[in-house]
Design a protein around this ligand. Structure first.
Ligand SMILES: Cc1ncc(COP(=O)(O)O)c(C=O)c1O
Length: 467
């Protein structure tokens, strides 16, 4: 039964709406559970043997009453053990941004695995990958790690080593993985530990400055003392809703860092959605250090971190002079043959310009469709895009910084939306409203997402069919 109620923009905050959202969430949760007897039997009470009943506690962030158990993830589809297939726009939150199990990667891994899984020595694929990294990402010297978190940690260590400075600077609301020193937030102009951080006994504010993204003046002031080794930044803030750089911000960031002898680390782990070579190459950024994890090996755990010739020279001088002993950089399983086989396949056959063209065209279609659905529902939400990555934000935009993004985040509302989308055949990232278009995503999948979103948005706005 269509309700036909009129909903003014921004009405998704009234008591009436809260009650409607709650009722919708209950209905959707029941529908989800009823459709998945096998997953419910496996996961309804938690999986045996795991702390909290989950193999990784992030899985508790899904909005479903229990996570479904995956039987196969292939291309841009994910199928559960109850036989339900979803259009996957989460794509392992970026690890599978180029589609699940790309054939060139699975082929390369299968072939290489027969020759040894880990050796602590280079193989033929490593020799091929080095020059490709330099060519693709525009920096001459690279190292391989296993996660983007590790790569960021190691690059920051190099930055502190070569500058001899103790501090780093982050943007408020950033996320760069499990990198201790980045977990600060801005409170009354000071960096303080983020409230949710577990087991942290240090005052991280002692080693980290934090300013708002797009605030050039605060940035200049924070770098002025000359004690910051490195600014670590995503070129677009993608982990805090999505905040785009204002015109001139990147030029100002680079100028301020150069003028103060501060290094600039660009973390492209998410913004690699922009183009081959990332946002850096597309927009001519000039980082001293560069990090990319997640999709670089097609979903196999691997990351890369690179540096300019100048930083490499300074690092060599530092490394020769430092006492012998652990550097705190590197892990045993890093730079293994499977990582190189997978990266080679990705760089040669999967992360192509043609793939990006397809991805971006679909993302444009998706963003336009979502915009239309939002307007049709009479909501005051907005949509942001960086290449193949699209985000809807359940608040007016554009957002200028992390504080505005935090205020725009609507966890309850977003959880209902995500769950309702799953029941309509679409999976999007659980942590925020992020959707990725892969080279194997189809226009039909985008159109189904837009239709599902439109239906749910209308219901949330009070226009929907509530039968
Ligand atoms: C920009 C950015 N950098 C680094 C990371 C850390 O990646 P990982 O969890 O694979 O270490 C993330 C994870 O979401 C990220 O978004």
């Amino acid at each position: 039964m269509a309700q036909g109620a009129t909903a003014a923009a921004g009405n998704v905050g009234t008591a009436d709406t809260a009650a409607r959202l709650h009722a919708l969430r209950m209905r959707e949760a029941e529908r989800y559970a009823a459709a998945r007897p096998r997953s419910r039997a496996a996961m309804g009470q938690g999986a045996a043997g795991f702390l909290g009943g989950l193999p990784m506690h992030w899985m508790a962030d899904w909005p479903m009453p229990f996570p479904f158990v995956v039987s196969e993830a292939k291309g841009a589809r994910i199928v559960d053990i109850d036989g339900i297939a979803l259009d996957d726009f989460c794509l392992g939150d970026t690890g599978a941004m180029f589609g699940h199990a790309p054939e060139p990667v699975t082929r390369a891994i299968a072939a290489r695995s027969r020759g040894g899984l880990t050796t602590m020595l280079p193989g033929g694929d490593a020799l091929a990958v080095g020059p490709m990294l330099a060519e693709t990402f525009g920096l001459p010297f690279w190292q391989v790690a296993t996660t983007a978190s590790d790569a960021n940690r190691f690059a920051l260590r190099v930055a502190r080593a070569v500058t001899g400075r103790p501090k780093i600077l982050v943007f408020n609301g950033c996320y760069h993985g499990a990198v201790d020193e980045t977990f600060v937030t801005l409170r009354d102009g000071q960096a303080v530990n983020r409230p949710g951080l577990a087991g942290e006994f240090r005052d991280l504010g002692a080693g980290t400055r934090v300013v708002e993204f797009n605030d050039t003046e605060a940035l200049r002031e924070a770098l002025g003392a000359g004690d910051v080794a490195c600014v670590i930044a995503e070129p677009v803030m993608t982990n805090s809703c999505m905040v785009l750089p204002e015109p001139g911000f990147h030029a100002a960031l680079r100028a301020a860092t150069r003028e103060t002898g501060t290094l600039l680390l660009i973390d492209e782990t998410h913004t690699i959605s922009t183009a081959r070579g990332g946002y850096t190459r597309r927009h001519g950024l000039e980082p001293d250090l560069f990090v990319l994890g997640k999709p670089i090996a097609g979903g196999l755990p691997a990351s890369i971190w690179g540096m300019t010739g100048e930083i490499a020279e300074r690092w060599s001088a530092y490394a020769m002079a430092k006492p012998a002993g652990h550097s705190g950089i590197g892990t045993t399983l890093s730079a293994n043959p499977l990582q190189f086989a997978a990266m080679r396949a990705m760089l040669e056959e999967v992360m192509t310009d043609a793939a990006y063209e397809h991805m971006e065209a679909l993302a444009i279609r998706l963003a336009a469709g979502l915009d239309e659905a939002i307007a049709a529902a009479g909501l005051d939400w907005h949509v942001v895009r960086v290449g193949a990555r699209v985000e809807f934000v359940c608040a007016p935009g554009p957002l200028g910084n992390g504080a505005e993004a935090a205020a725009a985040h609507r966890p309850e509302l977003e959880a209902v939306l995500h769950l309702a989308l799953v029941n309509r055949g679409v999976l999007i990232a659980p942590f925020h409203n992020m959707m990725l278009c892969s080279p194997v995503t189809g226009a039909d999948q985008v159109d189904r997402l837009v239709a599902a979103f439109g239906e749910v948005a209308a219901e949330i706005a009070g226009h929907g069919d509530r039968t």
